[in-house]
Ligand binder design. Structure first.
Ligand code: SF4
Length: 360
């Protein structure tokens, strides 16, 4: 469907919306960025609010994890290997960029597999890979873990904060305060886990849900489909509009890789707290590569920084503009909270491209 037809279809949906409170949450950072960048929010009537859930891996990585990464980094002979967007995420006091500026050895990579090469070339060092992400990143990390074992790289360890999306969505929908009544499912995770993985949103919670792609047209088409259910043009249903990438059962090979390497455990989500069965941790077969066990790390839980509303934003209770620090003290160059760090964080996306002030 071309852009004009989508705008026409959106407009037809709007005509039928009267005094409804429609709160649509997207739970993928890439959706969050596209929604802000494309200006879709500005097309929507006042009854329709788009909220950003915990779909940015950096935003949900707890302060304690950053603190522990720094603690490992301070050990003799350790080199940290990380994706770039973890560099500015603050722990209770410092971020990895601060430590790099002080001379600590940190290497930024684009793929977990780069850690294999770094470990092979630096056998006299202890290489620790900062493994952060959702089920989208986890299969590649699983492959890297398997290769590290197969190649006998005894100096490479994985410090994991990998998370599963489905328990977090359940947690959010069970929190009735946010009144979320429609959902744009995470397309990337769906491509790995399959569209069916998210059918529970409609079947258990009775709300419309759609899997859609990442172009602005994809998202607009997804919003149309959701609104048509509110205006009675369609029955409440779960729909996969992203069939070009998301199959019914997903990428079974990637799922096998994850099952081979990881166990499910309770996970600590920044600003939210512990969500049962929401984390992926290395299983017994690979525990000798687990940085937590190798370095005897004890992970504490902390609360969010004072005045940062990331917790409420991730739970769909507040919008970035409602934070007093937004755009003044807290900007992407000097983020106070994690939602301002990655370009896929809700606050960073609202700051760069503008956002919804209906409740601001
Ligand atoms: Fe946190 Fe900054 Fe967002 Fe406020 S603007 S919620 S301090 S990240």
């Amino acid at each position: 469907m071309n852009d004009n037809r989508i705008v026409e279809r959106l407009n037809r949906c709007f005509e039928d919306i009267h005094d409804q409170d429609i709160r649509i949450m997207e739970v993928c950072g890439t959706h969050t960025r596209t929604i802000s960048k494309s200006g879709i929010r500005y097309l929507l009537p006042k009854e329709v609010l788009l909220l950003s859930g915990p779909g940015c891996p950096v935003c949900v990585t707890p302060e304690s994890y950053v603190d522990m990464a720094i603690e490992i980094l301070n050990l003799e002979g350790v080199v940290l290997v990380t994706f770039g967007d973890m560099m500015k995420v603050k722990g209770t006091r410092f971020c990895l960029s601060d430590k790099q500026a002080q001379g600590s050895k940190i290497i930024v990579v684009y793929s977990p597999e780069d850690a294999l090469t770094i470990a092979a070339k630096n056998r006299d060092k202890l290489i620790v890979f900062i493994a952060v992400g959702f089920e989208t990143t986890a299969p590649l990390i699983a492959v890297t873990v398997r290769q590290a074992k197969a190649r006998g790289l005894n100096n490479l360890f994985f410090f994991t904060a990998l998370k599963c999306m489905e328990p977090a969505i359940r947690f959010i929908l069970q929190d009735g305060r946010n009144k979320i009544n429609a959902m744009i499912c995470p397309g990337h995770v769906a491509s790995i886990k399959g569209a069916e993985h998210f059918r529970f949103i409609t079947e258990e919670f009775g709300i419309p849900a759609v899997v859609c792609g990442f172009e602005s047209q994809d998202i607009a088409a997804g919003i149309c489909l959701l609104l048509e259910q509110f205006t009675g043009k369609r029955q409440i249903e779960f729909v996969n509009l992203y069939k070009r990438c998301v199959s019914f059962t997903g990428n079974t090979m990637a799922q096998r890789m994850m099952n081979e390497v990881f166990d499910i455990a309770d996970g600590d989500w920044r600003g939210i707290g512990i969500i049962t069965n929401s984390a992926l941790v290395l299983n017994d077969k690979y525990e000798h590569l687990d940085a937590v066990k190798r370095f005897g790390i004890k992970i504490e839980q902390y609360s969010s920084p004072v005045n940062c509303l990331c917790s409420e934003i991730l739970l769909g209770l507040k919008l970035p503009y409602q934070c007093r620090l937004f755009g003044s003290v807290c900007i992407p160059e000097h983020p106070s909270g994690p939602c301002m760090v990655s370009s896929e964080g809700a606050c960073a996306a609202h700051f760069r491209y503008g956002g919804d002030r209906k409740n601001g």
